[in-house]
Design a protein around this ligand. Structure first.
Ligand code: M6R
Length: 369
């Protein structure tokens, strides 16, 4: 069943071009307009939405954080992302004009299910982005947009994450189409870019050997930090989570802008730090700020492992290792930039002789609170 791969995780990471492509498939008409009739929510309700709250746990919550940047930009609707277990014990401000988006691979996560119930009781419309058909969360939601990642067996989530981000982009573009916050041409352009993503993921996967080599050199590492900014911030968090889960290594993700507000104190000679660099073709200032962050930590002895866009030569003087990923529009970049981090975590765990499919202490679906 592993299809010749060393583990389910390895297979699922390599399945990611399909997970993204299949999630996009069949969701546009011949004029290139998005068709999401499958969600069966009255368009009038969606036009009136004045706030979106994403509720999810773990990796699914990071997918929500990525979606926030895109949806706010495309739709001009405020988006909050909240861990499901925190949401339900607050007194969240939710009403009929709130769209709650519950993101879950399994569709069975108890904390997320409870958040769904909590939101519906207060009159919100709940849309589930879920991978597993027939699971509980979509049954208890008003609507469902399925991710088509296929079954995910490894406990740590990889391909479901990419499919969740893809589905959330589709939702954002659909809302933009419905509410007229983007021109049809602009939406079509993003869809074209999205369709180009699977081939870009494949390019990253084709470079897996180099990631393996570096991970093997780092098998004795006891702590790794991850920095990112804008959509690279949730990518950094996800990179850290994968490393904790798979390799049992202390790992932390930070927003790069927070560095000087505390985390830079952690930098000592030899400390490995992954930095997810935003595209230089995006907002200029963002790119140069992250480059200065790399300089700052390098000056204090950090070993810098940089994820950058192909052609970005500004990073090379300060990077001990550079992983180039294909050029991608800023908002869509997480779909490619997270892949080297997933590979790194898997390879480091493998170098340590660990079972990457069944990490200790974890369950695939957390059906208790
Ligand atoms: O099935 P779900 O997407 O609701 O699961 C949510 C989290 O439990 C899950 O993403 C968890 O963080 C994974 N172990 C991440 O690899």
């Amino acid at each position: 069943e592993k299809g010749g791969f060393r583990s389910f995780m390895d297979k699922e990471i390599h399945d990611q071009p399909h997970a993204v492509a299949d999630t996009l498939l069949g969701r546009t008409d011949d004029k290139g307009r998005l068709v999401l009739d499958e969600i069966h929510v009255d368009e009038a309700v969606l036009r009136q939405v004045d706030k979106i709250i994403v509720v999810a746990c773990g990796t699914a919550a990071y997918a929500g954080q990525v979606a926030k940047y895109a949806i706010e930009h495309w739709c001009r609707i405020p988006v909050e992302v909240e861990l499901a277990h925190e949401f339900r014990y607050r007194d969240p401000i939710v009403d009929r004009r709130t769209l709650v988006v519950a993101v879950s691979q399994s569709g069975e996560t108890m904390d997320t299910l409870m958040a769904v119930r909590h939101a519906r009781e207060q009159g919100a419309t709940v849309l589930a982005i879920v991978n597993t058909h027939g699971s509980t969360i979509p049954r208890e939601s008003d609507a469902v947009l399925y991710t088509h990642a296929g079954p995910e067996v490894a406990v740590a989530s990889t391909k479901a994450f990419l499919a969740q981000i893809t589905a959330a982009y589709l939702l954002g573009l659909y809302l933009a189409q419905l509410r007229g916050t983007k021109f049809p041409d602009e939406i079509a352009e993003v869809l074209t870019e999205l369709r180009a993503i699977p081939a870009k993921i494949q390019t990253v996967l084709d470079g897996a050997d180099r990631v393996r080599q570096i991970a093997h050199w780092m098998a004795d590492t006891s702590s790794v930090l991850f920095l990112g900014r804008h959509v690279g911030y949730p990518v950094a968090m996800e990179g850290a989570l994968k490393l904790k889960e798979l390799a049992y290594i202390h790992a932390e993700g930070f927003a790069a802008g927070e560095l000087k507000h505390g985390p830079i104190a952690l930098i000592e000679p030899g400390q490995p730090v992954f930095v997810v660099v935003p595209s230089p073709r995006g907002r200029d200032s963002l790119h140069s700020k992250v480059i200065s962050n790399i300089q700052e930590i390098r000056a204090r002895g950090a070993r810098t492992l940089v994820i950058a866009e192909e052609g970005d030569e500004a990073v090379t003087p300060f990077a001990d290792e550079t992983f180039y990923v294909p050029q991608t529009p800023v908002l869509l970049a997480p779909l490619v930039s997270v892949v080297p981090l997933q590979l790194f975590a898997m390879e480091l765990a493998t170098a340590k002789g660990l079972d990457v499919d069944q990490p200790r202490n974890l369950a695939k679906s957390v059906t208790v609170e």
